[in-house]
Design a protein around this ligand. Sequence first.
Ligand code: NAD
Ligand code: DAU
Length: 355
Amino acid sequence: MILVTGGAGFIGSNYVLDWLETVGEPVLNLDKLTYAGNLANLKEIEGDDRHRFVRGDIGDSALVERLLARYRPRAVVNFAAESHVDRSIHGPEDFIQTNVVGTFRLLEALRVHWDTLAGEERDGFRFLQVSTDEVYGSLAVDEPPFVESRRYEPNSPYSASKAASDHLVRAYGQTYGLPVLTTNCSNNYGPYHFPEKLIPLVIHHALAGKPLPIYGDGRQVRDWLYVGDHCRAIRRVLEAGRLGETYNIGGWNEKTNLEVVEALCALLDELQPRSDGESYRSQITFVKDRPGHDRRYAIDAGKIERELGWRPAETFATGLRKTVKWYLDHAEWVADVTSGAYRDWTKMHYGQGGV
Ligand code: NAD
Ligand code: DAU
């Protein structure tokens, strides 16, 4: 089996569902179930005995050691993290605890476990660190997209904590020979995306008749990738990536935030028009910018294409349409999520009035 950490979050749950459907090998899923972890994401595999869920922290060394000894996974894919930049600005502590200390403890437990393995079990073992393009910092408008050799220049507590964990992963590969792989991916979107992030937040706010908050001038650029394409890329790197290497993953799809929000409004106008006949665009509201807001991210995904033959399958048009339809068809999931801790967070982040 494989061990997936953070498999109840947005990308992790998509990965577990995709893995069971395509590969079919059993998955041990270790997730702390923070505000971002949601077992409802895994509803469609309820009762499937190929999936075993354990609630726990990657930083709980005793638990991780027990799980490794008992289940002897052949690979570990580490999605577990605090992932939201705005939260890291309000309270960086959890990001350091999970992304830095947690990853360190996980690596330590793996190093000790891997040292007990021999032969094929040892040679075939893999640890894959799921990381982000944010570790590279911000690009100027005319700069070429990030390549793997780009220096790390993180600008938020979130990206700094991810950069630190990537460095630890590299060090465990170099120093102890642990068979590690790292992927640095651009912005994902798709089903089960927590509605604190731009795309699901805009869909939710639009339908709820609330303002669609655009930070600053809305001209920041992100490179959007459909989550299913990310899952497929990780599978491919796990299967055939060269040990110790890092692979950038992206959609070749740079968009300004304003373009993304306008595309969402156009889709919603078509699929679920407002009863007053107005466009959802009229809900767009410019709000105070995010401090230290990175201006542009863009990924050069040439290496993974050349070495492993991966390219995104979805275009932004097909992926975004699928996503909007998914949210329209899963109003109950959104209602469950938004009635919980998310509400408190919204109040804290946007003030009592909310947006
Ligand atoms: P998410 O916030 O939706 O999910 C994170 C999951 O990790 C949650 O289920 C949470 O309960 C769990 N978790 C948090 N702390 C934990 C701990 N200490 N022990 C065990 N589980 C813990 O995040 P996501 O968007 O799915 O991102 C997953 C990974 O992919 C992260 O490492 C993130 O940095 C990376 N990434 C995300 C994106 C993106 O666009 N969302 C892009 C590139 C890379
Ligand atoms: O690039 C990969 C990263 O993408 C991942 O590592 C992170 O885990 C993930 O959260 C995401 O980070 P971003 O900060 O780019 O995503 P977010 O959805 O928070 O914001 C996308 C852009 O939209 C960003 O420029 C900020 C802006 N934004 C966001 C929100 C929530 C707004 O203008 N308004 C909003 O309400």
